[in-house]
Design a protein around this ligand. Structure first.
Ligand code: ATP
Ligand code: MG
Length: 348
């Protein structure tokens, strides 16, 4: 734990020394290379500059899934391990569990008074979630998902939210809520900003717009080399190209999107693109080279994972101590909120 983080959160009412990041994952399964480009890379890059809070959002999982809940525990552990394995340092970053911070649902309730039902219905991810999870109508909980996310972000007064493009509209509504609260009651909250990588969203191996952990189209950070090979060899490419001598399309072709993202040998990528366009390279060679590039990226992550897995108890320790710290922050925020809203009959 760095001295800075400690002093920023040790004294009640102390002002944060650094700007804050709030970021997080739903414990719905193992993290994949899309998460890496969407948010994990920024978590690692910014963890020295920002005081970072990493939320494991188990309540959010309930919005789309009420079966196989016995998997949550393992998913929570996997999520922490995936983050540790890519270098999200627990000495710098506060890992915490949403369902152990009751101030979050309390804040969610207050925020739900600030958002109209049509506004919540217009948030584009609602339709996406219904489609992806085969739901005919949303529950009240699913409709409120983005407002719960606003409570996640604002309970620790996050300034910056590194997320994939699919979460942009949630940060937008968080900004609206923060402004509205500050105007109506008192200036308690920062107006946070989304940090979205240039790529926006990494496509799935099936060519769908988003690689998603609940969509069965992901290369996981924990996949072993054989699985990575199999997945890459089965990847969707240019469907109109039948022979290696046919000119192919590079733009939007997921194999080349992955090359652009993970292959550090830019000259090789340019050469492959050029030959692909001319019909002078087969899909197999392009994929083989992608496997090599992905392995260069994944191997150090595997090594770190093996190291972490040799230390039983580490994950729970990190999550427990982080949750205590994050909860203390949320409690401070909620004191201010109750005071501002005159909900402090017995003291806030
Ligand atoms: P689920 O389908 O269960 O919601 P998910 O794959 O969307 O799973 P989340 O835990 O919801 O994963 O998202 C964690 C973070 O990763 C979010 O910031 C999200 O925007 C980002 N993310 C998820 N998928 C991608 C992707 N394909 N490309 C870039 N960022 C992504
Ligand atoms: Mg998601």
């Amino acid at each position: 734990m760095s001295p800075q983080t400690l002093s920023a959160s040790a004294q009640p009412g102390a002002k944060a020394l650094r700007k804050r990041i709030l970021t997080g994952d739903r414990p719905t399964g193992k993290l994949h290379v899309g998460h890496y480009v969407g948010t994990l890379a920024n978590r690692v890059k910014l963890q020295d500059e920002y005081e970072t809070f990493l939320l494991i959002a188990d309540y959010h999982m309930l919005t789309t899934r009420l079966e196989k809940l016995e998997e949550i525990e393992q998913n929570i552990r996997d999520d922490v391990i995936d983050n540790l394995a890519v270098g999200v340092d627990p000495d710098k970053v506060t890992y915490f569990l949403q369902s152990r911070v009751p101030e979050i649902p309390e804040l969610h309730l207050y925020f739900s008074m600030l958002v109209s039902v049509p506004r919540a219905q217009r948030i584009p991810t609602l339709k996406d979630a219904m489609r992806d999870h085969g739901l005919r109508e949303p529950t009240y909980g699913l409709l409120g998902y983005p407002i719960l996310q606003a409570a996640d972000i604002l309970c620790v007064k996050g300034d910056l939210v590194p997320v994939g493009r699919d979460n942009e509209s949630h940060v937008e509504i968080t900004r609206e809520i923060a402004r509205k609260f500050n105007e109506l009651f008192a200036p308690v909250f920062p107006v946070p900003r989304a940090l979205i990588p240039e790529i926006g969203l990494l496509p799935g191996i099936d060519g769908r717009e988003k690689m998603g952990k609940s969509l069965g189209n992901a290369i996981n950070l924990s996949d072993d080399p054989k699985v990575v090979e199999k997945k890459v060899m089965s990847m969707y490419t240019d469907p109109t190209r039948l022979r290696p001598t046919d000119p192919g399309t590079v733009e939007g072709n997921p194999v080349f999107v992955y090359h652009d993202t993970f292959n550090t040998d830019k000259a090789e990528v340019d050469d492959l693109k050029d030959r692909y366009r001319r019909g002078a390279v087969g899909d197999v060679e392009v994929k083989r080279k992608l496997i090599v590039a992905l392995e260069r990226f994944l191997e150090p992550i595997r090594e770190k994972r093996a190291e972490i897995e040799r230390r039983p108890g580490l994950v729970d320790e990190i999550l427990e101590s982080g949750t205590i710290r994050a909860r203390a922050e949320a409690q401070r925020t909620l004191h201010e909120v109750r005071e501002a809203m005159k909900l402090d009959y017995f003291g806030s």
